[in-house]
Write a protein that binds this ligand. Structure first.
Ligand code: IMP
Ligand code: MG
Length: 181
């Protein structure tokens, strides 16, 4: 069982998440009218957000999935991400919306965005569920942000600690005891 004491506090309840996703879906629906939208979910953290968000997008869109991993801090200057699973659609002619769970240092997303731009889509924008602006290292901002969170480790609604807690339907701050803090 997931113990209640594992979560220090709830940051976003199910209801609050619903409102956030509705707002973003409405905005994306407006902004992408007449465009050729391809929504790209970055695995695995964005799956719940993706599943809810796409239901709030009321125009035609296609979806695809991608899995990447950032190189460690020591090799950050290489400025690249490793592709674990690539897209199956040729991006030419599409307006790409990258859907991420959280924008933290920004290293992953800034590199991913550059990489996708090289494939010559019409446009590339970013929609992140959460944003931790205090931690930013890369020069990147999201075009759509669900909520800003403080510099604490958060889990739930797709976000994990050691691959766990993704299945919580809310977002909470992980208790430091869980990771030996
Ligand atoms: P960054 O923006 O390149 O630093 O990395 C973002 C990735 O780190 C996200 O896609 C998450 O997988 C992970 N991450 C960053 N902060 C958290 C957090 O508070 N909880 C869970 N995962 C996080
Ligand atoms: Mg992730």
């Amino acid at each position: 069982m997931i113990e209640q004491k594992d979560i220090k506090k709830v940051l976003l309840s199910e209801e609050e998440i619903k409102d956030i996703v509705k707002r973003l879906g409405k905005q994306i629906t407006e902004d992408y009218k007449g465009k050729n939208l391809l929504v790209v979910s970055v695995l695995k953290g964005s799956i719940m957000f993706m599943a809810d968000l796409m239901r709030e997008i009321k125009i035609h869109c296609k979806i695809d999935f991608m899995a990447v991993s950032s190189y460690g801090a020591g090799t950050q200057t290489s400025g690249s991400v490793k592709i674990i699973k690539d897209l199956s659609i040729d991006l030419k002619g599409y307006d790409i919306l990258i859907v991420e769970d959280i924008l933290d240092s920004g290293v992953t997303l800034s590199n991913l965005k550059k990489m996708l731009e090289l494939r010559e889509p019409k446009s590339v924008k970013i929609c992140t569920f959460l944003d931790k602006p205090e931690r930013r290292k890369a020069d990147i901002t999201a075009d759509y942000t669900g909520a800003q969170v403080p510099d604490e480790f958060v889990v739930g609604y797709g976000l994990d600690y050691d691959e766990k807690y993704r299945n919580l339907s809310y977002v909470g701050v992980l208790s430091p005891e869980v990771y030996g803090g």
